[in-house]
Design a protein around this ligand. Structure first.
Ligand SMILES: [Zn+2]
Length: 71
């Protein structure tokens, strides 16, 4: 599997050619890391050392979920 990664922030997004929503996610990622060094590589190479890039929506969703789990 291929991934788009930011060397500076050590974040990545997975490249899914069959997923139409994936293009949007990748462009969001690139916009977010504008001016940083972005590379395309095999996910295996960064697995465990880079963290997954989350959209604002996903961040909110995971935060809400976390709060619920705590209470
Ligand atoms: Zn970055």
């Amino acid at each position: 599997m291929r991934a788009r990664a930011c060397i500076k922030c050590r974040e990545y997004v997975l490249i899914r050619p069959d997923d139409p929503g994936n293009m949007t996610l990748i462009s969001k990622f690139e916009k977010n890391h504008r001016g940083h060094t972005l590379i395309t590589l095999n996910f295996e190479e960064i697995k465990g050392t880079y963290k997954k890039f989350l959209t604002e929506e996903e961040k909110k969703a995971s935060e809400e979920k976390g709060e619920k789990e705590e209470s």
